[in-house]
Design a protein around this ligand. Structure first.
Ligand code: 15L
Length: 252
């Protein structure tokens, strides 16, 4: 997102526990190395900013203690630091795995599909949404939770022909989340306008998001490589795909 969210009238302040490349000449970017679980660092990082896009945390399944510390407590720290520093808007990365056990046969997944997490990671995304809801209702922050499908340069398998969010659409979606007036609390799908998508784009469109990409451009190549999905497989039956299957290594 770093090059995609750069703009002449914007300073991007990036925070990561990893080393990030120093800003290039003319790049209006500030770099902070810190953990999202460090309240002092997060308050400093939130000072004077208009909006926070929170993408930090474990992006795959992990043991519960790490999920609790980084994904759940880390999101609390992000929201609380934002509140203390008077930041008005926070965009939170949720995931399809918050509702992974929803069945595809039940039809297109709505924007506010009730939680059905498929893993510890999925539970953390439900908690992320709950924390966002608390900070919107109790403290008046604008909070938009984006249930991201699969955000990669290209769909990596046949399921991702349905769940793909192109990085360019991801940036369009975040721009819409930043620009829309007074959203309050929202949950939207982070999905491209894929021919094979299983997800609603209604709420995203209400915020001004218009996808310009469709995974169908990669369908022939992906199906030639992987073959069609077995209709009885978890990948074909559940939004969370193989994460819902008995062979998936749910960490304890
Ligand atoms: C996610 O939430 C993960 O962060 C990502 O790495 C993918 O696995 C994606 O879900 C997916 O379901 O494809």
């Amino acid at each position: 997102m770093r090059p995609r969210l750069a703009a002449d009238d914007r300073i991007l302040r990036l925070l990561d526990i990893a080393d990030l490349p120093a800003p290039a000449d003319g790049e209006q970017t500030e770099i902070i190395k810190a953990s999202i679980t460090d309240m002092d660092a997060m308050e400093k990082a939130c000072a004077g900013v208009d909006a926070v896009i929170h993408l930090g945390g474990h992006s795959l399944e992990q043991v519960w203690s790490k999920i609790l510390d980084v994904n759940i407590n880390g999101t609390y720290v992000v929201l609380e630091a934002a509140r203390r520093q008077g930041v008005k808007r926070v965009v939170l990365a949720s995931s399809n795995h918050a509702v992974g056990y929803v069945k595809k046969e039940d039809g297109e997944a709505g924007d506010y599909e009730f939680p059905r997490p498929d893993t510890n990671y999925g539970v953390s995304k439900v908690a992320v949404e709950a924390l966002g809801s608390l900070y919107a209702d109790r403290y008046g922050l604008d909070v938009i939770c984006v249930r991201i499908g699969s955000c990669f340069e290209k769909p990596k398998d046949v399921r991702m022909l349905s769940t793909w969010l192109s990085p360019a659409d991801g940036a369009r979606l975040f721009e819409a989340c930043l620009a829309t007036p007074e959203p309050g609390f929202r949950i939207i799908w982070g999905i491209s306008d894929n021919t094979r998508r299983w997800f609603s784009l209604d709420e995203g469109r209400k915020l001004g998001y218009e996808s310009q990409d469709n995974s169908e451009a990669y369908a022939e190549e992906v199906i030639a490589q992987h073959g069609e999905l077995d209709p009885d497989s978890h990948a074909a039956r559940y939004l969370g795909g193989a994460w819902c299957g008995p062979d998936f290594n749910t960490a304890v």
